[in-house]
Design a protein around this ligand. Structure first.
Ligand code: AKG
Length: 271
């Protein structure tokens, strides 16, 4: 299984911590991107009983949000557990151990009007702590026209959690960022396959639809946690994001739901 195409730099770690988001250019090689492409396409073909939250179409344009692929697609699971993700998370989060927390895919076909509303992942992830990052990995070129992710820089810093987040409409707890983009420190990146954008799970983010005429916009979102994360039930978390786990509030992540995917070697500790 392919690992990182290059190492994460100190500047990138500093940017992640300061801004709560960092663009990592060219961290994936072609085989890694192709693995992910195959998995996303396989997921789309095997998506059964998609709820309106997961898939909607207006004419020919379609948006699809699917979750839990790693649990049902072997190649995707191998990518999430043994691919480059764990090492990237370890580089950015620090600490001695990384657990896999979950995955989701986002596909917006050309002409898709549906936006990804500004939201905060921490508002529905059933965890507490500092060390959780989300790897947003495009497998197509993405520009502002086709739906670049937009991030509110520094919004992770206050520690505020906005409960009851949805990605299909304006979140009541959040200010109306979309109508006032200039009023917030918003950053977005044009990306190519091989790049990824990593955000802190408290960083507020969203995206437009896909206004391009021909370019599909497919991306995977992989979530990883470090040592300080503890399981924390959130009564408002929607059912599809709930985890069927025996963990109790305050427990460290463990078990087959949250497998350990990376451990610091003892020689790395000494270095
Ligand atoms: O790709 C998108 O539109 C949304 C991605 C997202 O919200 C995430 O990865 O947390």
């Amino acid at each position: 299984m392919t690992k990182l195409a290059r190492q994460i730099t100190r500047d990138e770690v500093a940017a992640y911590r300061h801004a709560g988001v960092v663009l990592l250019r060219g961290v994936l090689d072609l085989p890694a991107v192709n693995t992910l492409r195959r998995s996303i396409d396989q997921a789309l073909m095997t998506m059964q009983d998609a709820s309106p939250e997961q898939a909607s179409s207006a004419g020919k344009s379609t948006v699809m949000f699917d979750i839990g692929l790693a649990a049902r697609l072997r190649e995707f699971r191998r990518f999430t557990l043994n691919g480059p993700g764990p090492e990237i998370a370890a580089g950015l989060l620090g600490g001695d151990q990384i657990n896999f927390f979950g995955d989701q895919i986002f596909v917006k076909e050309p002409g898709t009007r549906e936006r990804t509303a500004f939201h905060q992942d921490a508002g529905y992830f059933e965890i507490a702590g500092e060390q959780c990052c989300v790897l947003w990995i495009p497998v197509d070129p993405v520009t502002i026209e086709s739906g670049s992710m937009m991030y509110w820089r520094g919004s992770h810093k206050s520690g505020a959690i906005y409960p009851g987040q949805v990605i299909a409409g304006q979140n009541a707890e959040l200010p109306d960022i979309e109508s006032n983009l200039d009023g917030f420190d918003i950053v977005h990146f044009d990306v190519e396959p091989g790049d990824m954008v990593v955000h802190h799970y408290r960083t507020v983010h969203g995206a437009a639809g896909n206004a391009s005429r021909y370019q599909v916009r497919r991306a995977a979102s992989l979530r990883y946690c470090g040592d300080d994360i503890r399981f924390q039930t959130r009564s408002w978390t929607p059912g599809q994001f709930r985890r069927n786990t025996s963990l109790k509030d305050g427990d460290p992540l463990s078990g087959t739901d949250f497998p350990v995917v990376w451990r610091r070697r003892t020689d790395q500790q000494a270095a």
